[in-house]
Ligand binder design. Structure first.
Ligand code: FDA
Ligand code: NAD
Length: 434
């Protein structure tokens, strides 16, 4: 079988891979040195578009419009860009085996690739309801969303089931963004999730109350405190209804499931140190195996600001960790030192006309401020998280670019606060002082 050697190989062709390629080019790359191996059929793109503009009923985003690095205001890297830079983009190619001691990757077609340096950028996969044995979960028109192929299947179903009924299982990022997208497509939408409020891994009850109220006003039905335990389908195998644990049965032409992700580390199991479900790295994204780096969703890295190892499943970190790893590889070759990764967590989401940003850490006491009435003409509100007398995290809905910059600064500076009542009354003005 064919074998090919590259100085640098990136396993995976998503967000991190695209930003890593740009950094390699910036720092100096010779033609033929870098290969990106991706199971997807398209060049790296900004994955967040898939749950937002890709699903718009009008003016929807399509490739090549959102190839990296447009998401952060950079130049768009079309497939030709890789050719021009002498980067081998090996698409529709799944790596099925990784042997780190011999520095060899094997693809499904049996081709082998060897490397001097490997960047693991395989991202996450979806957790499926069939993984925990939910009855009937393999029926047609039950969708998950991770890659562009998934989005295309969903778009086709939205067209085929015009004015139909959709059930969203899960109240996290996918649930909230897809609930909005399907409603915008005029489907009758019901969301189901087990927790007392949506997005509990970030939202406080006060934050969630706004979004739940806003969604309800848009006509979305929300069922909390229960889960999907089974699905019925017709003679064609198409889903017809969702059975809930509390006994209710919901009609469904389309089901979208967003019950979490799982980092794709299986290929490397037992060959590299792991931590908190990801591949353990240092502040340069170097793993326990020399010459092997891990970035993006799969990396468990030292979050210097909180003196803790963390894994982050968001696009800003995917971009920045990729750039850091490439800088580290190049510095290593030149015998130079670079600064440690010093990351300020940044998450965001957009749905309907809403848009929020969060910076920092969501631990400690919380202070909700502003107008979080979902019926307001222009709601604008936020929350501070306060730990050990310091502001450590800030959330803001409907912030201007300057206001978002201000909350980021506060989360990084961690100013002391003694009077939470005063913080509440100052609201956003507190952040704008810094
Ligand atoms: P990413 O998933 O981007 O790429 C991994 C690549 O590796 C894929 O191309 C995959 O096919 C490939 N691969 C995996 N295994 C392979 C194998 N064995 N062989 C070959 N190729 C393989 N974040 C945020 O901050 N704001 C947002 O709005 C959103 N929105 C959003 C929407 C949707 C629908 C999803 C799924 C995710 C988001 N995210 C997000 C999260 C963000 O997109 C995510 O954190 C980054 O894409 C992670 O980048 P990576 O490069 O680590 O993985
Ligand atoms: P998530 O972790 O955000 O949310 C999963 C939700 O499903 C949670 O509310 C969870 O409690 C609920 N749940 C768990 N089991 C359930 C069950 N049996 N029935 C019903 N609900 C259940 O994960 P996600 O929304 O699936 O997102 C997947 C990945 O994509 C994550 O890595 C996420 O960060 C990423 N993503 C990010 C964004 C963004 O940052 N704006 C947008 C979309 C996706």
């Amino acid at each position: 079988m064919a074998s090919k050697h590259f100085k640098y190989v990136i396993a995976g062709g998503g967000v991190s891979a695209g930003y890593a390629a740009r950094e390699f080019v910036k720092l100096g790359l010779n033609a033929g040195e870098l290969a990106i191996i991706s199971k997807e059929a398209v060049a790296p793109y900004e994955r967040p578009a898939l749950s937002k503009a890709y699903l718009f009923p009008q003016g929807s985003a399509r490739l090549p419009g959102f190839h990296v690095c447009v998401g952060s205001g950079g130049e768009r890297q079309l497939p030709e860009w890789y050719t021009e830079k002498g980067i081998e983009l090996i698409l529709s190619t799944e790596i099925v085996k990784a042997d780190l001691p011999s520095k060899t990757l094997t693809t499904a077609a049996g081709t082998t690739f060897t490397y001097d340096n490997l960047i693991i950028a395989t991202g996450s996969t979806v957790i499926k309801l069939s993984d925990f044995g939910v009855q009937g979960a393999d029926a047609n028109n039950i969708f998950y969303l991770r890659e562009i192929d998934d989005a295309d299947k969903l778009v086709a179903a939205i067209k085929a089931k015009k004015n139909g009924t959709a059930v969203i299982v899960g109240g996290g990022y996918i649930g909230l963004e897809l609930g909005a997208a399907l409603k915008m497509n005029d489907l009758d939408v019901t969301m189901v999730y087990p927790e007392p409020w949506c997005m509990p891994r970030l939202f406080t009850s006060g934050i969630a109350a706004f979004y739940e109220g806003y969604y309800a006003n848009k006509g979305i039905k929300i069922i909390k405190g229960t889960v999907a335990v089974g699905f019925d389908s017709d003679a064609n195998g198409d889903v017809t209804s969702v059975k809930l644990k509390d006994g209710r049965v919901l009609d469904a032409d389309i089901v979208v499931v967003g019950v979490g992700g799982r980092p794709l580390t299986t290929l490397f199991k037992g060959q590299v140190e792991e931590e908190k479900g990801g591949i353990k790295t240092d502040a340069f994204f170097k793993t326990s195996v020399p010459g092997v780096y891990a970035v993006g969703d799969v990396a468990t890295f030292p979050l210097k600001l909180y003196n803790e190892l963390r894994r982050v499943e968001h696009v800003d970190h995917a971009r920045k960790s990729a750039e850091q790893a490439v800088k580290a590889i190049k510095a290593n070759e030149e015998g130079k030192q670079i600064e440690e990764y010093d990351y300020l967590p940044y998450f965001y989401s957009r749905a309907f006309n809403l848009s929020w940003q969060f910076y920092g850490d969501n631990v400690g006491d919380t202070v909700l401020f502003g107008d979080n009435d979902p019926t307001s003409a222009s709601p604008k509100f936020g929350s501070y998280w306060i730990k050990d007398g310091k502001v450590v995290g800030v959330f803001l809905e409907a912030g201007s670019p300057e206001e978002n910059k201000a909350i980021a600064k506060v989360a990084k500076l961690q100013p002391s606060v003694s009077d939470l009542e005063q913080l509440k009354s100052e609201g956003l003005a507190f952040a704008s002082k810094f």
